[in-house]
Structures are given as C-alpha cells and as structure tokens.
Ligand binder design. Structure first.
Ligand code: AMP
Length: 309
C-alpha cells in the first residue's frame, strides 16, 4: 500500500494509473477508521482495479464551536486497518496543501443546506462539497463510495462529474449503534443513551409495518423513543423525501427517517430508508448514481481510460 501526502503527487499517480487502464475507486474519509469505513473500501473494490482511500480532517466542514481540534487522529492505526482490507493507495494530505489559506472559491449546495444537518451546521455542506470536489480533481476516480450515514450527496449529478457514486449501508455495532469516529467521545452512560437512536428508527419501522402512514404520528413515536434517553438533546428527527430532504406528509414510496442528537457535546446522526410497497414496509437503500452514457458511446465510468487507444 502506497501512502501519498502531496496533492500534486497524488494527481500524477492517479493520471499514470488511469493511463495504464486502471479503474479507480475513491473512499473519502476523515480517518479514525472503523468497520464502517472499511466496508466502503470493500465496496469500492467491486469493479475497480485500484482503491484509493483519502484521510483528511476537513477544516471547512466544521463550525467554529465544533470538534475540529479534538477530532480523533491516528494515522498509523488507520494505515494498518486499510492495509488489512487490501487498500492500494492512501491519500493523506496536510491541511495546508489541501486548503490554501487564501482560497476564496467554494462549492455551494443550495437548498439542502437549509434542512437537517445543513440547517444545524451552517457552512457544513459547503465545506464537504468543496473538499469532495477537490478530491475528485486530485484522485480522478471512476467510482466514489460514500456511506448512507451522510445521506445527502448529489454533487456529482449536479456538477456533471463523470464519477459513479455508490452509497453503502450503515455498519452498526452488535447492539445497533451506528459506527462513528465520534462514538469514542462517549462515556458509558452516554453510550447507553445513544442506543436510543437506532431503537427509535426501529420503532418507526415497526409502527409503519403495523400500518401507520401518517408521518406526524410516526415522527411523534420517533421523538418519544429518543426522549427516553435522558442525556439526549434533540437536533432533528424527521421523515423526509430521499431526494429533496423535504418532510413527507405521508409515508409512501421511499422515505428517509433521519435523526440527529447531542449526547453531552457529542453530535450523533443515524438514519434508515423505508420502502413502502402496498402493506409491506421494508428497510431499503439509497440508489447509486451512474453518470449517463455519452451519446454513441460509454461514459468514463464504464470504460478503462486509454483502453483501445
Ligand atoms: P467520516 O470519516 O465520518 O467523514 O466518514 C467517511 C465516510 O464513511 C462517509 O461516506 C460516511 O458516510 C461513511 N461512514 C461513516 N460511518 C459509517 C458507518 N457506520 N457505516 C458505513 N459508512 C460509514
């Protein structure tokens, strides 16, 4: 496994790999890796010759009062874990190389930045979208894999990136808690209360399976369950359209049930996709996105660069 710290070197290496016909898969992370991240690497392996994981604690996506300084960082441990799942390259840039102090250009996500995490973390999506765009330019991947945990990605489609976007399911601890680098902040009591997130999502699923379709009542059930965690402070608990993230009046088609809470100073998020088919309500998934094919030929995501040239 090769580790690259400099942006320009990564760009050169990625270009060289593409010229050799490699199909590149990118897994962007902020490090402090857990099994959820590693599942994305395995997902990227499917149909790709070379998997590149990036490790970058992105200062642009943290608010001034948030945990940028104390966010867990352990590069040696991360590298050992990535090597263990057969990752080929790791791009771990220094903050100054990735975000120039005098940079004034940002990628703005309109609309989505007014709801859910966008509303409670001003500037968060702009920071994420800006860095993901830069990572796409540096690594030039054919495929990028994100977790459903951050269920708000539509950058590639809106900006015509020729990158296939795969959304991977949430990996959980045995007791249901969604894995997160921030779980290590939790004390024992806080961790117990944090189990309310996944319990609340399961409760909504049960209610829906029992026939409830009114989202106001489902949402009430969701909040009741969260309120049982005495250390939890609600940020949001909503049932929204998977595309627009706008609240749904009734549960139908594919819906995203999303929760965010503070446990002490730690902010945790979780979600589940529910798919209603007649009387049946199943746990679903967010669809991958594949760039549309070029007229008369395959898109970049379908071909190996340089193939046939
Ligand atoms: P982060 O390092 O927390 O910024 O996350 C990097 C990527 O890993 C994002 O695409 C997340 O959605 C994804 N991710 C984080 N936690 C999990 C999890 N428990 N299961 C699957 N993917 C995850």
């Amino acid at each position: 496994m090769e580790v690259v710290r400099e942006k320009r070197r990564m760009q050169q290496q990625a270009s060289a790999l593409r010229r050799q016909g490699h199909r590149l898969g990118l897994v962007p992370t902020m490090g402090a890796l857990h099994a959820g991240h590693l599942s994305l690497v395995e997902q990227a392996r499917r149909g790709c010759d070379t998997v590149i994981a990036s490790i970058f604690v992105n200062p642009l996506q943290f608010g001034p009062e948030e945990d940028f300084q104390r966010y867990p960082r352990d590069l040696a441990r991360d590298l050992a874990q990535l090597a263990g799942v057969g990752c080929d390259w790791v791009f771990a840039p220094e903050a100054g190389d990735m975000v120039a102090l005098d940079a004034t250009t940002r990628v703005v996500v309109e609309g989505l930045d007014q709801v859910l995490c966008g509303a409670s973390r001003p500037g968060h999506f702009r920071g994420v979208a800006t860095i993901v765009t830069k990572l796409f330019h540096v690594v030039q991947p054919h495929v990028a894999v994100f977790g459903q945990k951050d269920a708000q990605q539509r950058l590639a489609r809106d900006l015509d990136f020729d990158v296939e976007i795969r959304i991977a399911p949430i990996v959980r601890e045995a007791d249901g808690l969604a894995m997160s680098s921030r779980n290590q902040y939790l004390g024992a009591d806080e961790r117990r209360d944090a189990l309310r997130l996944s319990a609340a999502l399961r409760a909504v699923h049960e209610q829906a399976r029992a026939g409830e379709r009114d989202t106001a009542r489902l949402q009430w059930g969701l909040r009741q369950e969260l309120a049982r965690g005495t250390r939890l402070r609600l940020d949001y608990a909503d049932i929204v359209d998977t595309e627009t993230l706008h609240p749904l009046p009734r549960l139908q088609g594919r819906a995203l049930v999303v929760v965010a809470v503070f446990v002490g100073t730690t902010r945790l998020i979780d979600n589940v996709v529910l798919e209603v088919r007649g009387d049946d309500v199943r746990e679903g998934a967010l669809p991958d996105w594949v760039p549309p094919p070029a007229p008369g030929g395959p898109g970049r995501a379908e071909i190996h660069d340089g193939a046939g040239l």
